[in-house]
Design a protein around this ligand. Structure first.
Ligand code: MOS
Length: 725
């Protein structure tokens, strides 16, 4: 956007549906099994099963297909793995996969696709495939190879940045903290595995595929196959979660497309759960050193945040753990760095709330450690370091209500009942503690387009290739269009998830609602301008409600105002306001835990998240996003750890039985409160992204509560009972 918006058309609330906690309009379809996911789109396909490498580093020496081809029902083995061995997951423009390389970089790297008449035969044939390897010594442990780390190229977060003199400030300060936290690899583990049905119609490829960002993946797929983008169509009306692992084209999609072209028949390829863990993406493990220097008044003079993450050779993505450290607190001397160790582990990439999700686990606990060293209340310490402007860029925040979130949360949660002395509160065997942490998540806008049609009968049709990954895109886009065009929610039909529709940013980086929503807004604005013209009124004086156009004291049925359907396209792109302001959503997390003094077991009793994220488009779907994020944070704090075999990097716990995502019993009580806020620089709806905000800081609040409960400060996540004893 190029200039701040003074008033939003959503402010008028004529239709009265924006912000309301409406049920998801796709909910009944999902409950009834009528929302058709990628793998369910066609029952009459061949089946492809991927075969992954069983060594961590080396080469394929030979592949013996005899037993596979002898399996009844098996049609062909595609070992043209060079083409899909690389996993172009990172989004954006990817170079075409290299040819002729038989190198293996990690256990699970796709090497072949076995295609058969049915799934059972394909699986049996895949099991029977004999691959001989030449194994080499690989690098499987971050710390063993830390000395060989390298600095990656800058991404949206710079790899290295500094201001002032951190070392000198540390030497001069009254109080300092110098602590190192570690976080393990984590898995996105979406409920719906990665799945694709590939079908060719002449030169045109049609993919039903589980994917978050259709428009950019269409280009990736075209590049991977060496065909034109216009010959590729991606369809994904429903996606069962992604958490970042479906931002890019996954290997099964490329494999299915290639095989379907060769065989001239549609092919369905669905990853097994272990393959989702091994062959898509992981969140990198990290080692984070936090240095804080402060005066006795708690004011920070310096912040240092050094991150060491890992990725495959040749991959530039680094977990941007220091991303929020750039702007969260004041302090003149700052150094924020990210370095990469090259490891032979599953590609690391974006996982929900990349950066803040694990960065805040370190920063917000170190702040708690500083508060303790100063004998200060953790909230008072944060208030003492509230910057008026972005402390590095010296530009204003577009909106920032961190203090309001902390104050409101403290009041609602009963923060005054916290005993600052660890171990001070005991109920039988259980030590009770309270903790808090700040939340911050960068707010992003991405180029997006949408088409909206207002029919003569007042019904509204919204079309964009935006996805709904379970977040509520269908519902909020219907609310935006309904609000602006005077239609009740039941009269708005939303079509998503098809690259034949105008290209949107897709679901990622918490930008989906902002970006696709603003495109819908712009299209509705254009329709309103036409209607106002037909009324002889200015658009600002026009109210649309329940199929009527109202200007002054004139009421006209929309049907009487237009001859036929009125269709307009709308678009939004990042602009000057995205440079002129630091944009982020903020919040405050509170947690109460009980730590068993005998077993070390932690039980989270209560969590509260208070968030300021601009206008809330739908209180229910927004709250659900925050609850899910807080649960993600709980997992990061207590249960989630992707364990790699140190001999070959293999993901040992590659399923949901062994990789512990929190279940209902782990989250007895969670509450979410939204602070009223409008962000005039973010977009014409005055909203900010919320999809990842709930994660940022949630785990740190739990870790801080554990320390308050029992006095043990564990800096190696997850905080399992063995580490607390
Ligand atoms: Mo998100 S990690 O950009 O899906």
């Amino acid at each position: 956007m190029d200039a701040p918006v003074e008033t939003s058309l959503l402010d008028t609330g004529a239709q009265g549906i924006i912000g309301k906690p409406l049920d998801r309009i796709d909910g009944p379809l999902k409950v009834a099994g009528k929302a058709i996911y990628a793998a369910e789109q066609d029952a009459n396909t061949l089946h492809g099963v991927l075969v992954g490498a069983r060594i961590g580093k080396g080469r394929v020496a030979a592949i013996n297909e005899a037993a596979t081809l002898a399996t009844p029902g098996v049609i062909r083995v595609f070992t043209d793995f060079e083409t899909f061995a690389r996993n172009p997951q990172q989004g954006g423009e990817e170079e075409a996969p290299t040819q002729g390389v038989r190198e293996i970089a990690y256990v699970g790297q796709p090497l072949a696709l076995v295609v058969a008449e049915n799934l059972e035969a394909a699986r049996e044939g895949a099991e029977a495939l004999v691959i001989a390897y030449e194994e080499e010594a690989g690098a499987f442990e971050r710390e063993a190879h830390a000395a060989e780390c390298e600095t990656p190229p800058d991404a949206s977060t710079p790899a290295h940045s500094s201001q002032g003199d951190l070392d000198r400030a540390m030497a001069d300060a009254a109080v300092t903290i110098d602590v190192t936290y570690t976080t393990p690899s984590q898995s996105n583990a979406p409920m719906e595995p990665h799945a694709t049905i590939a079908r060719w119609d002449g030169d045109n490829l049609i993919l039903h595929t589980a994917n978050q960002m259709l428009a950019s993946c269409r280009k990736q797929m075209a590049d991977a196959l060496g065909i034109e983008e216009t010959n590729v169509r991606l369809i994904a009306p429903y996606v069962g979660g992604g958490f970042g692992s479906k931002l890019g084209i996954a290997p099964e999609a490329v494999a299915a497309a290639l095989a379907a072209r060769e065989l001239g028949r549609p092919i369905k390829a669905v990853m097994s759960r272990p393959q989702v863990f091994e062959a898509t993406v992981r969140r990198s493990d990290t080692r984070q050193r936090i240095r804080l220097a402060a005066g006795h008044d708690g004011r920070l003079t310096a912040i240092g945040h050094e991150t060491l993450a890992s990725n495959l050779d040749g991959e530039d993505f680094f977990e941007p753990a220091g991303i929020a450290t750039h702007f969260l607190y004041a302090g003149e001397n700052r150094s924020i760095t990210h370095d990469l160790v090259r490891l032979n582990l599953t590609l690391s990439g974006s996982m929900r709330c990349p950066g803040e999700a694990v960065g805040m686990l370190a920063l917000e606990c170190a702040m708690d450690e500083l508060a303790e060293a100063l004998g200060m209340d953790p909230i008072a310490l944060r208030k003492a370091n509230e910057p008026e402007r972005d402390p590095e860029q010296d530009i204003p925040f577009s909106s920032r209500n961190l203090i309001a979130c902390m104050d409101r949360g403290a009041k609602e949660f009963g923060w005054d009942r916290r005993d600052p002395t660890p171990g001070g509160r005991r109920e039988g065997e259980w030590l009770i503690g309270l903790g808090m942490a700040a939340a911050a998540r960068s707010n992003l806008m991405q180029r997006s387009a949408a088409r909206v049609t207002l029919r003569r009968d007042g019904a509204v049709i919204v079309e964009t290739d935006m996805t709904d990954i379970g977040t509520g895109s269908y519902t909020i886009l219907a609310q935006i269009a309904g609000e602006m065009l005077g239609a009740p929610i039941g009269r708005v039909q939303v079509s998503l998830g098809d690259t034949d529709l105008p290209p949107a940013a897709g679901s990622g980086g918490s930008w989906g609602a902002n970006s696709a929503g603003s495109a819908v807004y712009a299209a509705c604005e254009a329709i309103r301008a036409k209607l106002a013209g037909a009324m002889g009124a200015s658009p600002g004086d026009l109210t649309l409600k329940d199929g009527e156009a109202i200007a002054g004291n004139r009421h006209v049925r929309i049907a009487d105002l237009i001859d036929g359907d009125l269709t307009e396209e709308g678009a939004i792109r990042p602009g000057k306001t995205d440079e002129a302001f630091t944009q982020a959503a903020f919040g405050a997390h509170f947690a109460e835990v009980a730590v068993n003094a005998v077993t070390g077991e932690t039980r989270v009793r209560r969590m509260l998240g208070v968030f300021a994220a601009g206008r809330i488009l739908n209180e229910k779907t927004a709250r659900s996003q925050c609850l899910g994020g807080m649960t993600f944070g709980l997992g990061a704090a207590l249960t989630e750890e992707l364990v790699h075999d140190i001999r070959n990097g293999k993901c040992v716990n590659h399923d949901l039985a062994e990789y512990h995502v929190p279940a209902n019993a782990d989250v007895p009580q969670q509450e979410v409160i939204f602070i009223e806020e409008r962000d005039h620089a973010a977009n014409p709806m005055l909203t900010k992204g919320i999809g990842e905000l709930g994660i940022s800081g949630a785990g740190a609040a739990i870790a801080n509560a554990i320390h308050n409960a029992c006095g043990v400060r564990v800096r190696d996540y997850p905080l399992t009972l063995d580490k607390l004893l």
